[in-house]
Design a protein around this ligand. Structure first.
Ligand code: SF4
Length: 337
């Protein structure tokens, strides 16, 4: 069976003119991204703020049109789909936002917000059917009794409850893929595990694929333990592969630097760890990204060639890809070294 979603050479350029006489500023938010998303799989999309991961998530959901090449749903370019095929794509690929408050209409009750897509996609014919459907879903996401939540407004609920409601909304129209953009970053730490477990349950019970977008490697490791990870830096995927394999033996210097910065609970080990000696701690300006390898101004291993030639994402072993000219020479990185 082919992939559910295929991204082919995705490029995304934003143009911005700040005043009438100012020059246009171009930001290449995504450059040459290829990726396949299969049914029932979990993918973690990881990187620092501003690396383009949210933009890529919106492109997958069809909320942003890439500047070049395209997104394929069951082998068909989504920007050429019409009628029933386009509705099927829209229904199958859902986005769960980071900011649960902004994602819900503050002037509508939860029932009003969540019943609308049920009527639109003809899952419910009337209010009673919509109520029964939502009651079942609320039980699934741990919001019981449902009537205590359905007739409230978003501001009357906690962040964790709203995030569960967003998951219930995505689930209500029977999607095949949920793109979850930092879904636990704005909820209490104590509630994070229960939300991550909820997504894992959805994956197991209904075979829903997830693209989990985050800057937090710990939650990525938890949710995509049996899945894949794509690490992004300044609009490009720099390392991709099975999560356990990638995080236990990171090959790209940027991923090694990210892992070196993860706090470790054992202070003895934490003190003995040497951070990767990056040449600079600052992210380059995305409106004027570095030539060649975008990581070269910070990379401790870079050579002259790195500032001239763009490294391609190339296979280093089966199902493992790294974008680095010198990948075979980069020293091995180990946890706690
Ligand atoms: Fe570092 Fe060069 Fe590899 Fe880029 S291509 S990550 S600069 S070694």
């Amino acid at each position: 069976m082919g992939p559910l979603i295929e991204l082919k050479n995705i490029q995304m350029i934003f143009e911005n003119r700040s005043s009438l006489f100012a020059q246009k500023r171009r930001v290449q938010a995504i450059e040459s991204v290829d990726m396949e998303i299969k049914e029932g799989q979990i993918y973690a999309l990881v990187g620092e703020s501003g690396c383009g991961k949210t933009t890529l998530g919106k492109i997958i959901c069809g909320l942003l049109k890439p500047s070049e090449e395209g997104v394929y749903f069951n082998g068909k370019n989504v920007w050429r789909l019409r009628g029933k095929e386009f509705t099927d794509y829209r229904r199958s690929v859902q986005l769960v936002h980071q900011d649960s408050y902004a994602a819900l209409n503050p002037a509508r009750t939860i029932f009003q917000s969540l019943s609308a897509p049920l009527f639109r996609y003809k899952i419910a014919k009337n209010r009673n059917e919509a109520y029964e459907h939502l009651e079942e879903l609320f039980e699934m996401v741990g919001l019981t009794p449902a009537e205590q939540f359905l007739y409230k407004y978003p501001h009357q609920l906690s962040g964790g409850q709203r995030q569960r409601i967003l998951l219930a909304r995505a689930l209500s129209i029977k999607p095949k893929l949920i793109v979850a953009d930092e879904p636990v970053s704005m909820v209490d730490v104590s509630l994070r595990i229960s939300l991550l477990n909820l997504m894992l349950d959805m994956n197991e019970k209904f075979g829903i694929s997830f693209v989990y977008i985050t800057h937090d490697l710990a939650t990525a490791r938890y949710i995509a333990a049996n899945g894949n990870i794509a690490v992004m830096y300044l609009g490009k995927i720099v390392e991709y592969g099975q999560l356990d394999n990638v995080l236990s033996k990171p090959r790209h210097p940027y991923l090694q630097a990210l892992l070196s910065a993860v706090p470790i609970p054992n202070p003895k080990i934490a003190r003995s760890m040497k951070p990767l000696p990056l040449k600079s701690l600052d992210m380059p300006d995305p409106t004027n990204p570095p030539s060649g390898c975008r990581f070269h101004p910070r990379c401790p291993y870079g050579e002259e060639r790195c500032s001239r030639e763009v490294p391609e994402l190339a296979a280093v072993e089966e199902d493992r890809f790294v974008a680095c000219h010198l990948v075979e020479k980069i020293p091995e990185w180990k946890w706690g070294q």
